[in-house]
Design a protein around this ligand. Structure first.
Ligand SMILES: [Zn+2]
Length: 333
């Protein structure tokens, strides 16, 4: 419990310099990297060499304010449900040396911070390939993104024993801490599969479970257009059926078609903001981290979900004012 308790997850608050990991994953546990033909041409992924390769360009999205470190320990389950136009991007199953570096540059270009739920089997290999993935995990932290725990081997944990949960959740969290210097307290179950035992374990260990309400099914398709269209179709359904106006977006930085779809998705929200500004409506706000969906557990049961949009109105008003100003300039209004 103490391990999880001590974790703060505002990644930028931590200095780097993690210890190289020495885990060896079970054979056959590695994901394959999908490659897909697409109409968008992207430059090849750079060879990883953090300090030199990653000059951070000027963001074209309004700069995010400096945030105080925030304790995500022991919160209610985050689902993404919100009546506000807040969007939090999350990327699962990485890091992936072919795709994550491109995504990190895209995020910098838009000034967006995301949450990366790491599946650590690639990082655990005692090979140059494994080392490059460990470096990539540190780079995610260095660029100010938040790291979450998505297990070592991506097993379905619905029927997992206590020992397996300890290994896949606590073991992975300690491994990520060794590599990045950050003990991740956000946890996302592989496949979103839960059980009473898993929920209880997460609560007892002081982690906070993060689900999503806007998926794009990017693991089931192979073009950027399909990812983009599915995401917005799902979002429209959430609006219509559940009254959600924003939420937590689930994507995977292990697929090239997802990386190609991401700027299109962002641009579509940005274009929509031009229209919303003219209509005098609330704008879509890409929030930096999960605090906008977080509420403390305060003794609530293991399966208790966080209330949507529990943010001081003044904070939201200030964000919207800043966003309107930037959007006015960007859209020529
Ligand atoms: Zn996953």
């Amino acid at each position: 419990m103490d391990r999880a308790k001590k974790g703060l997850l505002c990644a930028s608050a931590f200095a780097l310099g993690g210890v190289a990991a020495q885990f060896v994953p079970p054979a056959g546990s590695l994901h394959s990297t999908a490659s897909a033909a697409s109409e968008i041409h992207l430059a090849p992924a750079p060879r990883l060499h953090p300090k030199e390769r990653y000059a951070i360009p000027q963001p074209i999205h309004p700069a995010t304010p400096e945030l105080e470190p925030f304790d995500f320990t022991d919160g209610k389950i985050m689902t993404g449900a919100t009546s506000r136009r807040m969007i939090l991007f999350t990327f699962d199953d990485g890091p992936d040396e072919n795709n994550t570096p491109i995504l990190l540059d895209q995020l910098d270009r838009y000034g967006i911070k995301a949450v990366f739920f790491l599946t650590t089997n690639r990082m655990a290999e005692r090979t140059p390939w494994g080392r490059r993935h460990r470096e990539l995990a540190r780079e995610i932290v260095r660029r100010g993104h938040t790291i979450g725990n998505h297990t070592m081997n991506h097993p379905r944990l619905g029927k997992a024993s206590e020992a397996r949960l300890l290994e896949e959740i606590d073991g992975t969290a300690r491994f990520i801490e060794d590599v990045t210097g950050v003990y991740p307290v956000l946890f996302r179950p592989p496949g979103g599969i839960r059980s009473e035992r898993l929920d209880r374990f997460v609560k007892e260990r002081g982690y906070t479970m993060v689900l999503w309400n806007i998926g794009a099914g990017d693991f089931q398709v192979d073009t950027a257009s399909l990812v983009e269209n599915t995401l917005f179709r799902v979002f429209e359904r959430r609006k219509r059926e559940d009254g959600h106006q924003g939420g937590i977006v689930l994507l995977h930085d292990t697929y090239r078609h997802t990386i190609e779809a991401f700027p299109r998705i962002v641009e579509r929200f940005l274009a929509e903001n031009c229209r919303l500004l003219e209509a005098g409506e609330e704008l879509y706000d890409f929030v930096e981290d999960p605090r906008y969906f977080f509420s403390p557990r305060d003794g609530a049961g293991p399966d208790e979900e966080a209330a949507p949009g529990d943010i001081p109105p003044a904070v939201l008003a200030e964000r919207q004012a800043r966003l309107r100003e930037a959007t006015r300039a960007r859209c020529g209004l």
